[in-house]
Write a protein that binds this ligand. Sequence first.
Ligand code: GAR
Length: 191
Amino acid sequence: MVNKSFSKIIILISGSGSNLQSIIDNSDNIGVNIQSVISNKADAFGLKRAKNAGIATKVIERKQFATDKDFDYALIRYINTLNPDLIVLAGFMHILTTKFINTFAGQILNIHPALLPKYKGLNTHQRAIDAGDSKAGASVHFVTNELDSGEIILQRSVPIDLDDNAATLAKKVLEQEHILYLEAIQKVLQR
Ligand code: GAR
């Protein structure tokens, strides 16, 4: 039975969904009820993770729509039927429109694999290595209309070792992401 004091969240994914899995595994501890997992990719492995946990899933693909705007309107319409407290982007690889972001202002969280404000966008780990940084990490932030630039809620870092490459660094950072997202969701829900 769902505890009525739990916060309602939906999670948007595009791929593996390991961050999703961490939230599923710890949902009782952090006091969230995952209403639905939305993917913009029909073959995202994260959909299987959600189904295995008995969570509703919804696939809404960009190619079903003529424009980004139409796609985001479809997302908005579906999300409005659920009325979640928080919208959690977990490896959701699509840049949302202003309309979407304004509709849910202050309710959208994203996890980004870099110590923002460094390395917005893609290829974050290679860029950190190429720059000779001594540490890398991940950030959870509110989503605003400027890419990867909203208020940072929490960060976690890992050292970059001399023998690290983008793949080994991504693995180390991802382990920290799984803890970071739980901490950040709790922090936002306690505000
Ligand atoms: C994570 O590393 C997340 O930080 C990154 O995608 C990965 C998803 O992994 N997100 C972005 O790059 C967003 N710009 P997961 O599907 O296993 O959770």
